[in-house]
Design a protein around this ligand. Structure first.
Ligand code: KE4
Length: 427
């Protein structure tokens, strides 16, 4: 597949942008080779700088659940833009978007809109620490919550020792307030609470992990975290930036029946424009400035264009049958891929939750990050490139998710399965 123009742009990008990108995963380091450049998107397709139309299963890393340039979203953003792009003064759309979120997430009595998932998780953690008066945070290995200092942490020497930074620039003391534990391991969580219980402000977890590939919670896992946090006075923070409105209209909380104390959202609620949000009971949220002492602010938070895109996206998504149709197509695609892998003798472990899925090139089940790391990333990379050359754009990393949209139809599923038949035979 011709990528001459993308190659020229990649050279230019590397002259002026750090790493040639504005977010690392876009550089394709997870699969080797150079990224293509996108010039437009419509429905299930993204068109690159060389005019190749690709069926898009990344969808901007999740936000585009309606597909690219959905008419309802485009119209809403144009209408908003014609009235002005930003005011820094309250606007009605901020209320409307918050009301829509709360309608699907009853655990959220109040919401604060911000500009990214990172900003939302960082702020939710500060609020949890302010509300509990405690410092320690527990995060799960392999879960990603954005790039705030407290979250760029890996386990110290032992399971219950305090965390150490995963990135230069994060002072050790910042990391030392974060503990880590494996996903789907309640014994590890109990050990941390035995050791540090009354110092733990919160657990933050992706209730359906999406950043180690897609890994669902084990039976009873989320309920166990809920019980541990309730018993200890720590808060349970569900980072639903990725799985929110993707694993169910009410996210993981609706799907698994576990209510978080604070919920973090992003991606889908912005419909492709920059929006993050966090929310919970008024008793906690009212601690936020200006009503309370926990400070958090943002020039463009609740921006009129972003809230217009988010409202339009949720309006279309909540139409009867839309979500269910996307989830069914996701299941159909997964079943087809699994059957093709089996018949080609390629060992895969597949996960599928709602409208997101993952194909691990692994001979073993994947229940946590350590399992995910056993996957054959080289084989995934070969599969990725063969699929891309056939016009199918999958996540450029084994440790990401496959997303579908309302625009992915039977034609796209068939094309994808045809390409996969060839890719499994040659990877
Ligand atoms: P942002 O700051 O990138 O908007 O959101 C951070 C974030 C928080 N929580 C979860 C569960 C997330 O998945 C993310 C961001 N996800 C990545 C993809 N796995 C975004 C892609 C990127 O980093 O460019």
């Amino acid at each position: 597949m011709e990528r001459k123009r993308s190659s020229e742009l990649w050279q230019a990008a590397n002259r002026v942008l750090a790493g040639g990108v504005n977010s690392p995963v876009r550089a394709f380091k997870g699969v080797g080779g150079d990224p293509f450049f996108a010039v437009s998107g419509k429905g299930a397709y993204v068109t690159d700088a060389d005019g190749n139309a690709l069926i898009d299963y990344v969808l901007s890393w999740g936000p585009l659940i309606l597909g690219h340039a959905h008419p309802h979203v485009v119209e809403a953003v144009i209408r908003a833009m014609e009235k002005g792009s930003s005011f820094g003064i309250p606007t009605e759309n901020e209320i409307r978007l918050a009301e829509k979120i709360i309608a699907h997430y009853p655990s959220m009595e109040k919401v604060r809109l911000v500009n990214s998932g990172t900003e939302a998780t960082m702020s939710a953690i500060r609020l949890a620490r302010g509300y509990t008066g405690r410092d320690l945070l527990i995060k799960v290995e392999g879960c990603y919550h954005g790039h705030a200092d407290a979250l760029l942490v890996k386990a110290g020497s032992g399971l219950t020792t305090l965390g150490v930074p995963t990135s230069p620039g994060v002072p050790a003391p910042y990391a030392s307030c974060t503990l880590t534990m494996p996903f789907n391991d309640l014994a590890a969580a109990r050990a941390l609470f035995r050791e540090h219980g009354d110092r733990i402000a919160a657990i933050i977890v992706e209730p359906v992990a999406g950043n180690m590939g897609v890994v669902p919670p084990a039976e009873g896992y989320l309920q166990g975290l809920r019980q541990l946090t309730r018993e200890s006075g720590a808060l349970l923070i569900f980072d639903e930036v990725m799985c929110g409105f993707r694993v169910a209209l009410g996210g993981a909380q609706a799907r698994y029946g576990v209510t978080a104390d604070l919920t973090v959202l992003g991606k889908v609620i912005g419909g492709g424009l920059p929006v993050g949000a966090y929310g919970g009971p008024a008793a906690i949220m009212d601690l936020l400035s200006p009503t309370g002492p926990v400070y958090q602010a943002g020039t463009l938070s609740g921006n009129p264009l972003a809230t217009a895109a988010g409202i339009a996206t949720l309006e279309a998504l909540e139409q009867p049958g839309v979500f269910e149709s996307i989830a069914k197509k996701t299941g159909d695609l997964c079943a087809g891929l699994w059957a093709l892998a089996r018949s080609a003798g390629v060992p895969v472990f597949q996960t599928h939750v709602g409208t997101m899925a993952c194909l691990f090139f692994s001979t073993n089940p994947v229940r946590n990050y350590a399992d995910a790391l056993q996957a054959d990333t080289q084989r995934y990379a070969r599969f990725f490139w063969t699929m891309l050359d056939s016009g199918i754009y999958l996540a450029p990393s084994q440790f990401e998710a496959m997303f579908l949209s309302a625009a992915h139809g039977d034609v796209e599923i068939e094309k994808t399965l045809d390409a996969a038949r060839k890719a499994f035979a040659s990877c």
